[in-house]
Design a protein around this ligand. Sequence first.
Ligand code: ADP
Ligand code: MG
Length: 135
Amino acid sequence: MLPDGTTHIDGEDDIVYVRKQVRDLASGIGFNLTDVTRIITAASELARNIYRYAGKGRMKYAVLHQRGAVGIELEFQDEGPGIADIPQAMEPGYTTSRGLGLGLPGSKRMMDEFHVWSEVGKGTIVTIRKWKRNN
Ligand SMILES: Nc1ncnc2c1ncn2[C@@H]1O[C@H](COP(=O)(O)OP(=O)(O)O)[C@@H](O)[C@H]1O
Ligand SMILES: [Mg+2]
């Protein structure tokens, strides 16, 4: 299994690499195929947001062990323009780039935990977690 670490996001190729790395990590932990796909979809959207809105940033990944439960944590960090109104950005369909406006709300729906920190002029950090089901 991969150790905890960091992947830089700086271009289209890095988004492809993020997808592969998240697939290896999530299937290595033992998530079922449906959950692996959900985690890859969420990670892909958040990596794309970094590339599109901030130009560059990084994904930090970690395997979580908490009271017998195993999970995955992915943190998407950038030092881009930030998000002025987070609740608005979380609304399905809201976009500043003629996108679908489903990246943030869709990622939230795919995961068990979802948190956004952002400050205008400083950057954005989106943290997502998913726990493995015992079945
Ligand atoms: N990392 C980020 N930095 C700055 N703004 C962001 C970032 N991620 C998302 N946003 C803002 O939130 C909006 C909604 O994002 P999202 O739900 O992924 O939809 P879309 O990317 O299709 O516009 C974006 O249009 C953008 O204004
Ligand atoms: Mg998006």
